[in-house]
Design a protein around this ligand. Structure first.
Ligand code: WT7
Length: 653
C-alpha cells in the first residue's frame, strides 16, 4: 500500500479550525496584541521579555548583529542561569513548592522542592569545582531521566562550565565522538537504567567509549540500578560519595550574557555530528518567554509534563531551562510509555493532575494504535493545554489528541523549532489562535519566518518552498563547536544574498498565510522525532566488512514519521544476502550509532542508481522504498538499474 506522507495528507484535505474558548482567552498569558507590539519594535519587545530574568548587570545593547551571522544578545548583561532557574524562586518564598515530581520506571517516586533542588545543585557545583572543573570547561552527561541529570546540568551552568548531554541510547562510538570533539574533562553517567522493566547497563558502555579518551579526567557515576559496574580507580567516583558530603551553599557567579551554556550534538547532512552551541542570556530569555506563552504556563497552578528526554534539545529547553526559570511544578518520568502497561502516561497525568502535556507525534500515533479505550479509563480532566513537537503532525493524530486526550476542549499547540533555534519559533498561541490541525501556523511574536522560493523570494499565499528565518532571534545557535566555517556554510550559504537562515525544512503557506511544515528537504531523516542523517547511517553500514556500498533513505512510516531504508551492495559473491546477514547489518548500525538508527529494512542489491557524475539518486530509492511509481530516470548513468532494484524489492518484502 502506498503511504502518503502525513504532512502531504494535511495539505490536501485539512480545513478545520478550532476557536479558543472565551474562558481560556480571558485568562491566557498571551494576548492578541502581542504580535503588533513585537512588530512595532522587535528589540524593545525582546528587552521586555528579558526582564523575566534576574540580571546582576543590565545589558547596554539588546542585539549586536554587526558580525552576522554571529549574534550577541543583551550585550554587556550578566546573569547566572542556574540562579534564575532555582535560587531566585527560593528567595521569593517558594522554597516549598515542588519543582520535580519524579517517577521512576519501577514505580518509585521522589518529590523535589525548589529548596531541595537548590541544595542539590549547590552540592553538585561544589563537587565539580572540587574536581578542578572551571568556567568554559566541558562536562559530558550520559544519563537517563533521573533528577541527577537535571541537577548536573544546572550545576554546570552555575559554575559556567558547558554541558554536553549525550542521549542515553547512543552507542559508545557516538559518545566517544562527542567526548573527543568537545574535549570533555568530566563524564557523568549512571550504573544502569531501567528500560521496559529491565535494568540495562550504562557504565559499561561508557567505559568502552572512554578507553584511551585523553581529555577525560573523572567519571562520576550515579547509582540507580545497583548493578555491579567495572571501576577504574583514580578516575571513577560515585555521585553519592562525591556530592552528598559537599556544602549546600554556593555563591553563584554572574556570567556574561554570551557566556557559553551548552553544546548539543545533532545530525547534519554529513557523517560528523555538529556541536550546536548555545549561550546564556538570549537563550534563557526565549526559553522562558516561549514556555510562558506557548503553553500558557501559570506558576503555582499548573502541573506540567514534557515527555522528552534530556538527551534532546526539547529536554534542555522545555524540561530544564524554560520551565524551571518559570517556577514550574513538573513531572519527570524515567521510563517507557508502555511499562508496565499502555496506560502509564494517563495514570501519571491522573495521579499528579497534570495540566500541560507536551509530547511528540510519533507517540501520539502509537497511543492511537494502542486504542482509544486505554486513555478513556483515566481521569484526564486536569489537562488544559496539549503540545506537539518533533515532526509534522498529521491532522488525524492532531484531532485524536484533542478529542481523546484533551476531551475536545484543550488547545493543541504544534510547535516548530530545532536544536539550532534553541526554543520554539512557530506555534499557535493558546487562547489567541484559532488552531488548525496539522499546522504550526505563525511565528511567535518577536520571531520572523518566511517561506521562499529557490531565489529567496517569498512565495504568495497558497505557495510552497523553503522555510527561512529572516531575522536573528535571542536563542539562536551561536555557532558549531570548533567550526565557524561549517556554521556559515550549513545555515547561511543557501540564501547568503538575502542573509536568511535556512532551516532545512520545506513549508507551505495556506490561503490565510499560515505555515504548514512539510519535512526536511535535505538528506536528514526524522525518525520518531529524532534527527538522523542518511550519510551517518551509510558510513556505519560501509564500516562493516561485508558491505561495499550503501545508500540510505527515509521512507514514510505511519508511526515513526519516517523509517530508515537501506540499500546495500555486498562485497564479492562470497557473502550471501540472506536474513542473517541483513540482521547482522542492522545490529551493526545499532552498535555504531544507537538503536534509534537501526534500519527498518535493508535491501541487498547489485547496483545503486547513480547519475553520470556518480551521485546516488536517493529520490528514486525513496520511490522504491515507498512503493511508488519510479520517477524520472533520464539522468541515470544506467537506467536499467532501477528495474533490477524494484524487482528485488518486491521479492524481498
Ligand atoms: C527538525 C529539528 C525541536 C525539537 C525536536 C527536534 C522537525 C520539529 C516540528 C514541527 C514539523 C518539526 C523539523 C526540524 N520538526 N518540530 N512542529 N512540525 N516539523 O529537534 O532534532 O533539532 O530537529 O525537526 O524538520 O528541522 P531537532
Amino acid at each position: 500500500m502506498t503511504e502518503q506522507s502525513p504532512a502531504l495528507q494535511n495539505l490536501l484535505t485539512e480545513n478545520r479550525t478550532f476557536q479558543p474558548s472565551e474562558e481560556f482567552t480571558q485568562r491566557a498569558n498571551a494576548k492578541a496584541d502581542l504580535y503588533d507590539k513585537a512588530d512595532s519594535d522587535r528589540e524593545a519587545f525582546w528587552a521586555e521579555q528579558a526582564e523575566r530574568l534576574h540580571w546582576d548587570t543590565k545589558w547596554s545593547q539588546v542585539l549586536d548583529w554587526s558580525e552576522a551571522p554571529f549574534a550577541k544578545w543583551f550585550v554587556g548583561g550578566k546573569l547566572n542561569v542556574a540562579y534564575n532557574c532555582v535560587d531566585r524562586h527560593v528567595e521569593a518564598g517558594y522554597g516549598d513548592q515542588v519543582a520535580i515530581h519524579w517517577v521512576g520506571e519501577p514505580g518509585d517516586t521522589r518529590d523535589i522542592t525548589y529548596a531541595q533542588l537548590k541544595d542539590e545543585v549547590c552540592r553538585a557545583a561544589n563537587a565539580l569545582l572540587s574536581l578542578g572543573v572551571t568556567a568554559h570547561d566541558r562536562v559530558a552527561i550520559q544519563l537517563q531521566m533521573v533528577p541527577e541529570a537535571i541537577v548536573a546540568m544546572l550545576a554546570c551552568a552555575r559554575i559556567g562550565a558547558l554541558h554536553s548531554v549525550v542521549f542515553g541510547g547512543f552507542s559508545p562510538t557516538a559518545l566517544r565522538q562527542r567526548v573527543d570533539d568537545a574535549e570533555a574533562k568530566v563524564v557523568i553517567t549512571s550504573d544502569g537504567q531501567y528500560r521496559r522493566g529491565k535494568a540495562a547497563p550504562m557504565k559499561a558502555n561508557v567505559d568502552e567509549a572512554l578507553a584511551g579518551a585523553e581529555s577525560v579526567e573523572k567519571v562520576i557515576v550515579v547509582r540507580r540500578t545497583g548493578a555491579e559496574v567495572p571501576w577504574t580507580d583514580g578516575r571513577d567516583l560515585w555521585w553519592h560519595e562525591l556530592v552528598d558530603g559537599q556544602p549546600a551553599e554556593h555563591q553563584p557567579e554572574a556570567f556574561d550574557s554570551e557566556h557559553p551554556l551548552y553544546i548539543l550534538y545533532t545530525s547534519g547532512t554529513t557523517g560528523k555530528p555538529k556541536g550546536i552551541l548555545h549561550t546564556s542570556g538570549g537563550y534563557l530569555t526565549q526559553a522562558s518567554y516561549t514556555h510562558h506563552v506557548a503553553f500558557d504556563h501559570k506558576p503555582g497552578e499548573d502541573v506540567y509534563w514534557c515527555t522528552a528526554d534530556i538527551g534532546w534539545v526539547t529536554g534542555h529547553s522545555y524540561i530544564v531551562y524554560g520551565p524551571l526559570s518559570n517556577r514550574v511544578t513538573q513531572v519527570v518520568y524515567e521510563g517507557t510509555p508502555n511499562t508496565p502497561h499502555e496506560g502509564r502516561h494517563w495514570e501519571i497525568i491522573q495521579n499528579y493532575k497534570v495540566s500541560i502535556y507536551y509530547t511528540a507525534p510519533t507517540l501520539i500515533r502509537t497511543f492511537m494504535k494502542w486504542g482509544d479505550e486505554i486513555p478513556a479509563k483515566y481521569d484526564l480532566s486536569s489537562l488544559r493545554v496539549l503540545g506537539s513537537v518533533g515532526e509534522p503532525i498529521n491532522p488525524e493524530a492532531w484531532v485524536w489528541y484533542r478529542e481523546h486526550i484533551g476531551a475536545g476542549r484543550t488547545p493543541v499547540v504544534d510547535t516548530w523549532w530545532q536544536t539550532e533555534t534553541g526554543a520554539i519559533m512557530i506555534s499557535p498561541l493558546p487562547g489567541v489562535t484559532a488552531t488548525k490541525p496539522g499546522s504550526a501556523q505563525r511565528p511567535l511574536p518577536g520571531i520572523s519566518a518566511k517561506v521562499v522560493n529557490d531565489a529567496g523570494t517569498e512565495v504568495p499565499h497558497g505557495g510552497g518552498g523553503y522555510l527561512v528565518l529572516d531575522k536573528p532571534w535571542p536563542s539562536m545557535l551561536r555557532g558549531i563547536w570548533g567550526d565557524n566555517e561549517r556554521y556559515q556554510e550549513t545555515y547561511w550559504s543557501r540564501f547568503a544574498a538575502q542573509g536568511f537562515y535556512f532551516a532545512g525544512d520545506g513549508a507551505k503557506y495556506d490561503d490565510d498565510g499560515d505555515i504548514w511544515l512539510l519535512g526536511r528537504v535535505d538528506d536528514v531523516m526524522n525518525v520518531s522525532g529524532h534527527r538522523i542523517s542518511t550519510t551517518e547511517v551509510e558510513s556505519a553500514l560501509v564500516s562493516h566488512p561485508t558491505v561495499a556500498e550503501a545508500a540510505v533513505v527515509g521512507a514514510s512510516d505511519p508511526t515513526t514519521g519516517q523509517g530508515i531504508v537501506a540499500f546495500v551492495i555486498l562485497r564479492g559473491s562470497a557473502v550471501d544476502g540472506g536474513e542473517e546477514a541483513v540482521q547482522e547489518l542492522r545490529n551493526h548500525v545499532a552498535k555504531e550509532i544507537g538503536p534509534i538508527a537501526k534500519p527498518r529494512q535493508i535491501m541487498v542489491v547489485s547496483e545503486l542508481p547513480k547519475t553520470r557524475s556518480g551521485k546516488i539518486m536517493r529520490r528514486l530509492l525513496r520511490d522504491v522504498a515507498e512503493d511508488r511509481q519510479i520517477g524520472d530516470v533520464t539522468t541515470l548513468a544506467d537506467s536499467s538499474v532501477m528495474d533490477l532494484i524494484s524487482a528485488g524489492m518486491k521479492s524481498g518484502k
